[in-house]
Design a protein around this ligand. Sequence first.
Ligand code: SF4
Length: 457
Amino acid sequence: MLNGTTAEIVERKALRINPAKTCQPIGAMYAALGIHGCMPHSHGSQGCCSYHRSHLTRHFKEPVMATTSSFTEGASVFGGMANLTQALRNIFTIYDPEIVAVHTTCLSEVIGDDIPTIVNKARQDGSVPEGKVVIHANTPSFIGSHVYGFSNMIMGMVNYLSEKTGTTLNQINVIPGFVEPADMREIKRLAAAMAVNIVMFPDTSNVLDGPLTGQYKMYPEGGATVAQIRSAGDSIATIALGHFASHVGASTLEQKCNVPAAFLELPVGIGGTDRFIDALRGYAGVEVPAAVELERGRLVDLMSDLHQYFHGKRVAVSGDPDQVIALTQFLLELEMKPVFAITGSPGNQFEKRMHELLDGPVPTAKIKANADLFELHQWMKNEPVDLLITNTYGKHIARVENVPFVRYGFPILDRTSHRFFTTVGYAGATNLINQMINALLDKKDRECEEEWFELVQ
Ligand code: SF4
């Protein structure tokens, strides 16, 4: 399918081929699903909402509920006020959510609809019932990416909901980043293992990885409650995981409610997880329990056992910026060589941080933000790699270049179990190692000469 990709690289400015990102509302919709009893609402045309819902459904293999303002030509010309007002009335009447999280689309952004004014008027005319909550985030897709949409919706949660009452609660906020439900579950498990009380928002565990019970629930058990997000303003501190997805939410909370924030990267690998555990330990004033130290020790043992297979392997990585930054550090811990690293999301912090990480150990590494998979493929054609790690869109490259491939990040459309297997924490690092070693050794077993085909590795 990508047999025609050429090795000759032509500088492009206004054209993306095989983009490595998607549009802002998808991130906003995903974040909104991490609020308990929430109906995400897409203020735009039906096509946008259908695409965003189906993309999330294809990744999570779960039905994703969302409503739409259903713009037609009239709304495009006169604005979407009437549509949103009617939509809010319908949503609360028919679906009875506790909260509606409105995000915009390209069209409503270009029109310039003033969402807070529309929602205020809707509240005054009774379209929003007493006691029900509406929040919003501006998510123009012609800038940023799905990660920015996720971040903007978290900022909306803080702006609309979080309050400081003056009574500090014995709890720590965690903003987990654009990660899988299994990752959010793992973050909660680690905090519980350390006896630290956390409020995590958003939290899509038990929303998009819930059990099959035979009974359909429009609003599953999981998700951070509105009350919990309100109480975030009274927490001891906030731990924000990932510059691009979480830092804006944490700094907004810091400014609004004076809750101090620790700005960390995703807890992927040994170092990333250590820093997260240490932040929990420091803020909560607890000791790291033996059970968590044991988990870490087992991971170190595994890394040591498999060092011979990973050492010096050339790796190409693509994905969301927070994931690529965190994963690159883990690859370096394994003494692999991340020679190519791209993200489709814009933002200077990606290249700056990646150069800090790679200029020493891999000085020839190619790093690019706002890039696309076509260019990554061209780099791989010129300088082949041993392993490719990215989302499902990398499978075409892996096939045509015959490179071992590990699916990581968003979206994964052609496999099913990613939402159950964490990639954060010490357990997540073990899972990543398992996937990488299997990909590398499967290729060796498939292709090596008879005398190198070993029963024991
Ligand atoms: S890029 Fe804009 S128009 Fe296209 S699906 Fe996303 S929000 Fe809708």
